[in-house]
Design a protein around this ligand. Structure first.
Ligand SMILES: Cc1cc2nc3c(=O)[nH]c(=O)nc-3n(C[C@H](O)[C@H](O)[C@H](O)COP(=O)(O)OP(=O)(O)OC[C@H]3O[C@@H](n4cnc5c(N)ncnc54)[C@H](O)[C@@H]3O)c2cc1C
Length: 453
């Protein structure tokens, strides 16, 4: 392999960039990671991106394959279900799954970035260039152009992987050059983060083993635990309109919380200060085609397929990308044409599927979780899984706990199962009223329809 072809330029040393650098270094390649931030610090979370994230089975399985799980296990806080907070303060716990291991994990983005960087550079000798920003792509050479305090230079490499996140400069530059087509579909809701500190006794203010949700119809608050026993709460709210970021504003923030999330008020230090200090983040879905430019450049993670965060799957999907890319490198080495083509072919349908399911899940989280029909459907789905574990897995569980089922298969099976649930439930109001003897024949029909295509 020539020096140029085994050097892999990775633009962006975020979550996907570091995991991919580790995997490629393990294959004997020479990744160089270009990161526009200054060197990471676990006490300074990156601005404008979520402070903590939910890691689910797909991410766990990818980290396990990269032999990284032992290193990050102590960063994880298990969350076994949703804790729903009604306006009157009533709490209701809804488990995510029905097996003991069907849980997700809260992890700090900053701690994860720091740990992955330490392993990449310390254990595998990966070179990171911090304070270096990709500003352009030379479409003749296919190399990235990097700006730093030393000026601008082209980074020659066998292949360049753009892991530079949702706002990817590489994607935007290639679009402007007319070699990629991308659309960024912004959501009309944004987000803002708030801190619920540990109590005076140094304990968690809420149950740490749940993802807390205050569903309020057109908006919601969620909170995930941190290892310092605080919670990070995120408010998702329309950007414009009667109840919106445009209308509420810092001075009305305390009243807004008191009216809508009264049980959080005694737990927060200064809502107004958080409102002012923390930016209102934008959310959206990126659709891009193709993901590659010749055999020279490929997009991966959020750069290729950023999604809205309501299934908690963006990072999980990005880690799955890394494993798929690594599998292809294992099979085809530095035959970049083949690797890049097959990577896009294997991942793009899955990316589309999770993007669609993530958008659907927003309504479920902020609204439908509260209604009786939704509760009954969830109970019936769990009951079907208990009775027919080989034949029925709820769609949410397929996405969150079954990495062996691809996102696109989960979406297809989920659509067929939705019809079955509707038919089985009919007018029933309670689980006891459902005739589960009808289920085997319905499951046969669903199976036949999926094999018929
Ligand atoms: C509010 C919110 C909540 C979320 N919650 C979850 C969750 O619970 N679970 C989940 O799985 N996902 C979640 N996500 C999605 C998750 O954050 C992303 O999918 C994930 O970070 C993607 O990883 P990435 O490496 O592709 O991009 P990033 O993590 O964004 O990393 C990109 C890196 O590239 C660097 N960079 C950018 N531009 C340049 C440049 N020009 N030159 C050099 N470097 C550059 C950046 O500094 C950054 O380090 C959430 C997202 C948001 C916004």
């Amino acid at each position: 392999m020539s020096a140029a072809s085994d050097r892999v330029a990775i633009i962006g040393g975020g979550l996907a960039g570091s995991v991919l650098a580790i995997l490629l270094a393990r294959r004997g390649m020479t990744p160089v990671v270009v990161e526009r931030s200054a060197a990471y610090s676990s006490s300074a979370p990156p601005r404008g991106r979520s402070i903590n994230l939910a890691l689910a089975a797909r991410g766990i399985s990818a980290l396990q394959r990269a032999e990284l799980l032992d290193d990050i296990e102590n960063l994880l806080i298990p969350m076994r279900g949703r804790m729903l907070h009604e306006t009157e303060g009533e709490l209701r716990f809804v488990p995510y799954g029905q097996r003991r291991d069907e849980e997700i994990h809260s992890v700090s983005r900053a701690e994860l970035n720091v740990t992955l960087h330490a392993i990449a550079s310390g254990r595998y000798g990966v070179e990171y260039r911090f304070d270096h920003e990709c500003v352009d792509v030379d479409t003749v050479s296919g190399n990235a152009v990097i700006a730093s305090a030393r000026g601008r230079e082209e980074l020659a490499a066998g292949v360049t992987i753009a892991a530079d996140g949702a706002g990817s400069i590489v994607r935007r530059t290639l679009c402007e050059a007319g070699v990629l087509n991308a659309s960024e579909a912004p959501l009309d809701h944004g987000y803002k983060e708030f801190t619920l500190p540990a109590t005076r006794d140094g304990d968690f203010a809420l149950d740490p083993n749940a993802l807390h949700i205050w569903p309020r119809g057109d908006f919601m608050l969620i909170a995930l635990p941190n290892r310092d026993r605080s919670f990070t709460a995120t408010l998702f709210l329309p950007l414009e309109g009667a109840v919106s970021f445009a209308n509420v504003g810092a001075s009305a923030a305390a009243d807004f919380f008191a009216a809508n999330f009264p049980d959080t008020v005694p737990l927060m230090e200064d809502v107004e200060a958080d409102w002012l200090l923390h930016p209102t983040g934008q959310l959206g879905t990126v659709h891009c085609k193709p993901w590659r430019f010749r055999d020279r450049i490929v997009l991966l993670g959020d750069a290729a397929h950023a999604i809205v965060p309501f299934h908690g799957q963006g990072m999980n999907a990005a880690f799955e990308d890394c494993i798929e890319f690594d599998n292809l490198v294992a099979a085809h080495g530095a035959d970049w044409n083949r690797v890049l083509r097959d990577f896009e072919a294997r991942r793009s349908d899955n990316a589309r599927a999770i993007a669609e399911m993530a958008l659907e899940n927003y309504r479920e989280m902020r609204d439908r979780v509260r209604d009786d029909d939704f509760r009954l459907r969830t109970e019936v789905a769990f009951e079907l899984e208990r009775r027919f574990p080989e034949r029925f897995v709820p769609r949410y569980s397929m996405v969150m706990f079954h990495p062996e089922i691809s996102y696109s298969e989960a979406q297809q099976r989920g659509a067929a199962q939705a019809g079955l649930l509707g038919e089985l439930i009919g007018d029933a109001r309670r689980l006891e009223d459902i005739d589960f003897d009808r289920a085997p024949e319905m499951l046969d029909r669903v199976a036949r329809s999926s094999t018929d295509g």
